[in-house]
Design a protein around this ligand. Sequence first.
Ligand code: NAD
Length: 444
Amino acid sequence: MTTMTAPKAHAAEQSSNGILHDVGLPDDPNNLYTQTVGSMLHAAEIMDLPRYLRLILAQPKNEIMVHFPVKMDSGKYELFKGYRVQHNNALGPYKGGLRFHHDVHLDDVKSLAFLMTMKCSLVGVPYGGGKGGIKVDPRKHSATEMERIVRRFTAAIAHQIGPDYDIPAPDVGSNSQHMAWIADTYTFLSEIGGHNPGAVITGKPIEYGGSLGREKATGQGVVDTLVEMLPELKLKPETSTFSVLGFGNVGSWSGKIFQDKGAKMTAVADHTGFIRNDKGIDANDLAAYVHQKGGVAGYSKATTISKEEFYKTQVDVFIPAALEQMIQEPEANMLNCKVVAEGANAPTTPAGERILQKRGIEVLPAILCNAGGVTVSYFEWVQNKTFQTWELERVDRELNKHMVKAAGRTRDARRKYNCDLRTAAYAAALERLQKAYEARGIFP
Ligand code: NAD
């Protein structure tokens, strides 16, 4: 058993590695969870965070794994694996997306749940952190199979979620239709029943309790962050060039909205290929093409390039918006940009980041940069709980307020602790969590 010192005692501190060892985490520098928690522990060290808090935050509260059978269109049954990890709820109900991907593992989900705790604290929404997923490739299933998979998964975790306890949302591979099935299934299964399906999940279709502005929210938040932070780096959105890795929800909306500010997108990559056009690629036109064809490959208004050429394309801003750990040492060495704006969660490995730092490339960390999604999810939840419908203009205005504030808190922490922006963002998030723990103490 791990011993914890009392909240106020603030005992002698231990190094990050010591904490990881104490909570039984592998000493593997390539492990995603070790990497993400390691960054937080680095900030904790710099700000001298009490040891008991480091221990609490180094592991999730609950790790739920479910297995459930589903009937396929062929009449045969397949067994699926699902996850829900609830990292921390000191600041409010667990909150975080559901990833539908053939390669999703418990460690990924744990990392993403941990990032949600940090993100919600930094951006100032009253939530903790959670994340979940199903090990499934949605592209390999018909709509009817997906509906049965999603509804059966919902039934499997129904007792572990709830409008005031744990509120999922979309992530990679999941969409508003999936959220609608989850809301409907949960409402149906709920003993209380009722007609307010929205509050148990966010990212729903507008017609069924969704919020205006939620679909574009993460991309909007990426661009709000860029508008706030670029002037410090002597860059202007209207004269910036940029490239995007991953052109799904986050990548395409970041591209479209940054383009609306006058920036020019010159290279894009996704799981189907790499494309470039120095004269500019229209993000709206490319998004329509990707919607139809499933990827950027074959887009005729740009040239197909190699992976190496993509990373070496000279731009002001590089927006990773695909999956985790995609900017490792080779990519960090190739990148030819001034700023990396992390639309994806944990896209940069610590080793990759060290190279970027050495090369003077600024990183706008994910817990700041991509917090727009959870912020508008919060607005959706508030609307559901109060039976209101907000205008898009109000959603955008409130989102911008949160993003500007979070950027300001990150800058303040950078000044206070004299550190890089990622460490500063974690420090600002940890300060809020520390205050909450000091106020509430630990039961009993
Ligand atoms: P998405 O499924 O809509 O898009 C994912 C994109 O990544 C696709 O374009 C896909 O082609 C690309 N991709 C996948 N594997 C790739 C590979 N090996 N090489 C290149 N590209 C690859 O997902 P999304 O919702 O846009 O999420 C993207 C990232 O943003 C994830 O890290 C997610 O956790 C994070 N995020 C999403 C939201 C949100 O609101 N959707 C909020 C915060 C963070």
